[in-house]
Design a protein around this ligand. Structure first.
Ligand code: BES
Ligand code: MN
Ligand code: ZN
Length: 482
């Protein structure tokens, strides 16, 4: 991974690549004017010929000429920069920097609060690649990024942002890994190395059945890879607030006997993005040593069609005792979450947050990059909204419409696992609400933003690690409020 370091003056840097910001209509940002002057009068014509105007998202590399830098990258920031604009610009720069051993930048000198963190995070995430399965990965030699003219105080901000970036990249790696290499058993073991301060309990299928994790067992029944419940605790001595994160961990979702069509299955190794986000966030929170108690619960299961698979019409009892008639085995996320939420509620945290690639309906409603927020507590919803906004993750609150609850009424059990056609994301949320024992709870449906269909700014095609940044920010805010 590229190391980000506070640097000195531009003239003293020995980096190969200089990255400088430009605002709309070729208005030079910090460090760009002097660089442009030194490069010479040809520059403006060159940039114009490449239709570079300084719009957000643009980036152009030119030879360094008489400068000590071999190359100079101009990155566009548009009319006005905020933290997200900086993250995105830094992301583009991070991706482009692959062939340069060392880079230097003035991007963080743009007048935006938290600029150093934004540039660090964007750059590291933009540089991310998933190459584990390539026989001949494209080389990336970039070892260092200097933040020019940075004060000593920059180091702490760099370290914080780096810890968060590592959490996001861990989540991405797990999401991108093929399902064959992340059985519930394997994924559960991975949770053991999130940090020495995090205790990990792995409940196997025998104990899970004994404890009454009926939803997890029902979904796991169709796979030769047995399910696991992972229960993690981060409990620093001086911690006051207490939050629980519950992440959907379906390592592959075939739909079960209510089988998905082939197209619908292509991306279903990413159906454990919620669990991955919990791992990434807990790793980052522990690395940042935030004084908050965190309970992490990730039900891990594979949704398959084996001979022992649950059938439409089968009934199970969830951990909290409520019974569920399963009419569609492809609505499996809510079944494993029922147990996960039950475990979390039993611990009586101040707040429960679940994260799940739960419904295609949420993706239909909000598109590919916006997450859906639901919850039973306005204050908790507002706190998550604020954390998401600050972290630069796009989310929108949807109604937990209680009048729809009767659509989940079952003729044989306490509820069924599907409603009718409309409002699918709301019905899923209403289902989950049955398992939180009325505690403050927020549900994040990330079916859209959990994975990206294309590479842009600091996001690479594939698993995104969406919500890791929001969860860490929320933990920070809970610590501040005490
Ligand atoms: N994992 C899917 C949801 C999903 C779909 C995530 C597309 C990402 C992209 C979930 O388990 C599922 O299959 N949901 C069904 C629910 C339905 C049967 C009520 C859906 O959304 O179609
Ligand atoms: Mn499904
Ligand atoms: Zn699923």
């Amino acid at each position: 991974m590229t190391e980000i370091v506070p640097g000195g003056a531009t003239s003293a840097s020995t980096a190969d690549l200089l990255i400088v910001p430009v605002f709309a209509e070729l208005t030079w940002g910090p460090g760009a004017e002097a660089t442009a002057e030194q490069l010479g009068p040809w520059l403006n014509g060159y940039l114009e010929a490449r239709e570079f105007s300084g719009a957000s998202g643009q980036i152009v590399v030119v030879p360094g000429g008489d400068l000590s830098f071999g190359s100079v990258a101009f990155v566009g920031l548009g009319e006005e920069a905020d933290a997200e604009v900086l993250r995105r610009a830094a992301g583009a720069a991070g991706r482009l920097s692959a062939p340069y051993t060392s880079a230097a930048t003035t991007l963080h000198l743009v007048d935006v609060e938290g600029a150093i963190g934004a540039v660090t995070l964007g750059y590291l995430l933009g540089a991310y690649r998933f190459d584990e399965y390539r026989s001949d990965p494209k080389s990336r030699v970039n070892e260092r990024l200097e933040l020019l003219d940075a004060t000593d105080a920059a180091m702490a901000q760099i370290q914080d942002a780096t810890a968060i970036a590592r959490g996001v990249m861990l989540a991405r790696d797990l999401i991108n890994r093929p399902a064959a290499d992340k059985s519930p058993e394997v994924l559960a073991e991975r949770a053991r190395s999130l940090g020495t301060e995090i205790s990990v309990e792995i409940v196997d299928e025998v104990d899970a059945a004994e404890r009454g994790y009926g939803g997890l067992m029902a979904v796991g029944a169709g796979s030769t890879n047995p399910p696991r419940m992972v229960i993690m605790k981060y409990e620093p001595a001086d911690a006051k607030p207490f939050v629980a994160f519950v992440g959907k961990g379906i390592v592959f979702d075939s739909g079960g006997l209510s089988l998905k069509p082939a197209k619908g299955m292509e991306d279903m190794k990413t159906d454990m993005a919620g669990a991955a986000a919990v791992y990434g966030a807990m790793q980052a929170i522990a690395e940042l040593e935030l004084p908050i108690r965190v309970l992490g619960v990730t039900p891990l299961s594979e949704n398959m069609t084996g001979g022992a698979a649950q059938r439409p019409g089968d009934v199970f009892a969830a951990y909290n005792g409520k019974t569920v008639e399963v009419l569609n085995t492809d609505a499996e996320g809510r079944l494993v979450l029922a147990d996960g939420l039950g475990i979390a509620a039993e611990a009586e945290p101040d707040l429960i947050i679940d994260i799940a690639t739960l419904t295609g309906a949420a993706k239909v409603a909000l598109g590919p990059t916006v997450g859906a927020i639901f919850g039973n507590d306005d204050e908790a919803i507002a706190a998550v909204e604020a954390a998401a906004r600050f972290a630069g993750e796009s989310m929108w609150t949807m109604p937990l419409e209680r009048s729809y609850r009767s659509l989940l009424d079952s003729p044989v059990a306490d509820m069924k696992n599907i409603g009718d056609r409309w409002g699918g994301a709301i019905l899923a949320a209403l289902f989950l609400a049955e398992f939180v024992n009325e505690r403050p709870w927020v549900h994040l449906d990330i079916a859209g933003p959990g994975r990206a269909d294309k590479t842009e700014h600091y996001v690479a095609k594939g698993g995104t690690g969406f919500t890791v940044r929001t969860l860490v920010e929320l933990a920070r805010e809970m610590v501040k409020k005490g």
